[in-house]
Design a protein around this ligand. Structure first.
Ligand code: ADP
Ligand code: MG
Length: 709
């Protein structure tokens, strides 16, 4: 099976050359149990290392099943070790954080066995070495003899032809040592077992052959017992992908080492949190800038989106149904002009709400304890939402169920200014924390207000035709419906200056001016409802959409555009277009700061990850001994770090979901932003992994073993 021919090995250390092996020629077969003895420093370990490909040799040749090995590179040796060699050490080299069962299972995994087979075979082997009662115990809890038997079990799991054991009983008492030798003897029936030992007495009782070294040379090679030679077994590699193996080991590590994992999870959770925070900051800069101009003229809040059809035609019921079905659209407000009516309340009785100037709106998520009274049910009832201290709420009870005079005003997009005074019965007050205040009305009242305040899309121009004279035009910009007028009656200051016989027309309709009762300016007029309906047809040219979340506005806006609408988000408009040069510079500085902070977070989390992963390096070395390749180790580290980041990302989303109020910095997040932050975190995880792997690069197994063991 293995043949060494004049193999020599020298160590070069800072100019000093020392001898490891000199012209060693040996041949071993499967079925042999070889005890290698000799004084300390005689080259026993070197011989094992050279045979198992852990160390190189300078002269001579080693044949494995007749094949020369002098041309082998590290990958060939890896392959050879993985398939042919299992190791047993004086210091056991177990993964102590794993259970007994896992230590064996992971060796079976390196061979590519599936979960079920791993479990069954591991149990069977552990029974065989007498550890059947310790399956679920941590490896660290075993006695020395038990640890070495576990190491043998693991070597058996490797299903190799050769077991090399370097002083396996060096740390054991004589009873345990005997057990270990007995076990190795049994194992040797269908393997080649090479054992380095000082204990000649034990070796003599169990081994089939003794090889003694002295100063790197074979000085004795004696068969002491007959053995039955066997052929190397057929290699039938199992078909499990290397990625899958690595992923499985990563899961073993993540869930098998709870203390380290919790620590790593907390570190990655903190990292994920800061990335979310910083990106949120990036999204929101600009939000605090800009003037308040739009706040005065529009009811501007983040969830409001204005929609018109691309063809500018009135919106239909079909549009209404279509818009309602768009994800993240909570409500479609047909009477959207109502949302731009300001309500002013000047009433000395209501001291607290004296300066109330709010817009009508909808109160969906409300807290019962901040409400006194009730929601409006009948027409003419009103609930006010405004900034009131919770403690003051009780004292306001007295003001409920009384009528108050409100002054309603609206600047229309068509340039009109309309106002009206109305009495409302105050049925409820809600104390909320928003900066704006708001009036809540019932649906009938909202429709009624829309009827009155509806926006017009054409200009009201009166044509004045006088006998013997030219035609004049007069524009009336503010006009109001008046129930006392009918037909084409109109009341305004301008009409009184014209002599009899003058005709006033709007389009083809002849107007009937009624005597003016004073008070109105020349650009104002009262008209009958009939005329009002003609000048401003009752149709909806614009709807308001209320979103469930502000952050997803981008997606909704894109979708609306695709479906044939123009839309406009007044709040974002404010955010994006009212920024001065100074603010742009500030924005750049903040952006740079955020980028810098991100780098700091990356470095910090890398250092912590490295510190914790350094304590796992020993385990990775052991995995290589068991038969995992260097490439596997890289994948395992990658999977472990990715797992922590993935779970941290999920955990953070969960925390956020149940605590939205505490994460104000994320108000502007849309679906895309969540995905983008996920990507940033993925990138961080990859960078950390790469850096860590580079940090530990180019350590041969030999070097790793010497440092680790
Ligand atoms: P044994 O296992 O029989 O005690 P070793 O195989 O460890 O002996 O060592 C054999 C000889 O090789 C010793 O003289 C030792 O000093 C030398 N040697 C072993 N490893 C190294 C090394 N890494 N660098 C230099 N010399 C070494
Ligand atoms: Mg040694």
């Amino acid at each position: 099976m293995i043949r060494l021919e004049n193999v020599s090995k020298y160590y070069h250390n800072e100019g000093v050359v020392s001898l490891g092996l000199r012209k060693v020629s040996l041949e071993f077969q499967i079925g042999e149990f070889v005890a290698i003895t000799g004084e300390s420093g005689s080259g026993k370990s070197t011989l094992l290392n050279v045979i198992s490909g852990i160390d190189t040799y300078e002269e001579g040749e080693i044949y494995i099943n007749g094949e020369e090995t002098s041309h082998y590179d590290e990958e060939d040796w890896e392959h050879y070790r993985k398939n042919r060699v299992a190791f047993i050490f004086q210091n056991y080299n177990l993964i102590y954080s794993y259970t007994v069962l896992k230590n064996v299972e992971v060796a079976l995994l390196s061979q590519g066995h599936d979960l079920k087979t791993r479990r069954a075979k591991a149990k069977e082997i552990l029974e065989r070495v007498g550890l059947g009662r310790h399956l679920r115990h941590r490896a660290s809890k075993l006695s020395g003899g038990e640890k070495q038997r576990l190491a043998i079990a693991r070597a058996l799991a490797n299903n190799s032809d050769i077991i090399v054991a370097d002083e396996p009983t060096g740390n054991l008492d004589s009873a345990s040592a005997k057990q270990v030798f007995a076990l190795l003897n049994e194992v040797a029936k269908d393997k080649l077992v090479l054992v380095v030992t000082h204990n000649y007495e034990l070796a003599k009782d169990y081994a089939t052959r003794v090889v003694r070294l002295f100063e790197g040379e074979v000085v004795e090679d004696r068969e002491i017992k007959p053995f039955i030679p066997k052929e190397p077994r057929e290699q039938i590699p199992l078909k499990m992908s290397e990625w899958k193996k690595s992923a499985a080991v990563a899961l073993y590590n993540v869930f098998g080492q709870p203390r380290k994992s919790i620590l790593l999870f907390l570190v990655s959770l903190t990292t994920v949190f800061f990335v979310f925070l910083l990106y949120g900051l990036l999204l929101s800069i600009g939000g605090g800038f800009g003037g308040g101009y739009y706040f005065e003229s529009y009811n501007v809040y983040p969830e409001r989106v204005l929609v018109i059809r691309k063809d500018k035609a009135p919106l239909t019921d079909e549009d209404y149904e279509k818009l309602k079905k768009i994800p993240n659209v909570k409500r479609v407000v047909k009477e959207d002009a109502v949302l731009d009516i300001s309500f002013y309340l000047f009433d000395s009785r209501l001291n607290f709400l004296l300066h109330f100037a709010g817009y009508p709106g909808f109160l969906d998520d409300y807290d019962e304890k901040n409400l006194i009274g009730r929601f409006p049910e009948a027409d003419g009832e009103i609930l006010l939402c405004t900034y009131v201290y919770e403690d003051d709420l009780g004292r306001l009870e007295d003001y409920l169920d009384k009528e108050y005079q409100f002054s309603l005003q609206k600047n229309s997009t068509d340039g009109r200014y309309i106002s009206d005074d109305r009495e409302y019965k105050l049925v409820g007050i809600y104390a909320w924390s928003e900066e704006r205040s708001m009036a809540v009305l019932n649906e009938g009242e909202i429709r009624d207000l829309y009827n009155y305040f509806r926006p017009g899309y054409q200009t009201f121009v009166v044509t004045i035709e006088r006998e013997w004279d030219t035609t004049e035009y007069h524009m009336i910009s503010d006009f109001f419906p008046d129930s006392d007028l009918e037909g084409y009656q109109i009341s305004s200051e301008i009409f009184q200056y014209y002599s009899e016989g003058t005709t006033f027309k709007w389009q083809d309709l002849v107007l009937e001016p009624v005597p003016w009762d004073g008070g109105k300016q020349s650009h104002q007029a009262y008209v009958s409802w009939e005329l009002y309906d003609k000048i401003i047809p009752f149709e909806h040219r614009q709807y308001t959409l209320e979103l469930s979340r502000e952050g997803d506005a981008k997606e909704v806006l894109d979708r609306l555009y695709r479906e044939g609408y123009y839309s406009f988000c007044p709040h974002q408009h404010l955010r994006n277009y009212n920024i001065s040069a100074g603010e742009i510079i500030l924005k750049m500085i903040i952006t740079l700061g955020i980028g810098f902070s991100l780098m700091v977070i990356y470095l910090l989390s890398y250092l912590i990850f490295r510190a914790i992963f350094n304590s796992k390096v020993q385990d990775y070395t052991i995995l290589r001994i068991i038969g995992f390749k260097n490439a596997n180790i890289k994948q395992i580290i990658l999977f472990e770090i990715l797992t922590f980041f993935f779970f941290s990302y999920l955990a953070f989303l969960l925390i956020y979901h149940f605590n939205k109020k505490s994460f104000e910095m994320m108000a502007a997040y849309g679906l895309r932003d969540f995905l983008f932050v996920g990507l940033i975190n993925l990138l961080l995880a990859l960078l950390i992994t790469r850096r860590f792997i580079l940090y530990h690069r180019s350590r041969s197994l030999f070097a790793a073993l010497r440092i680790g063991g």
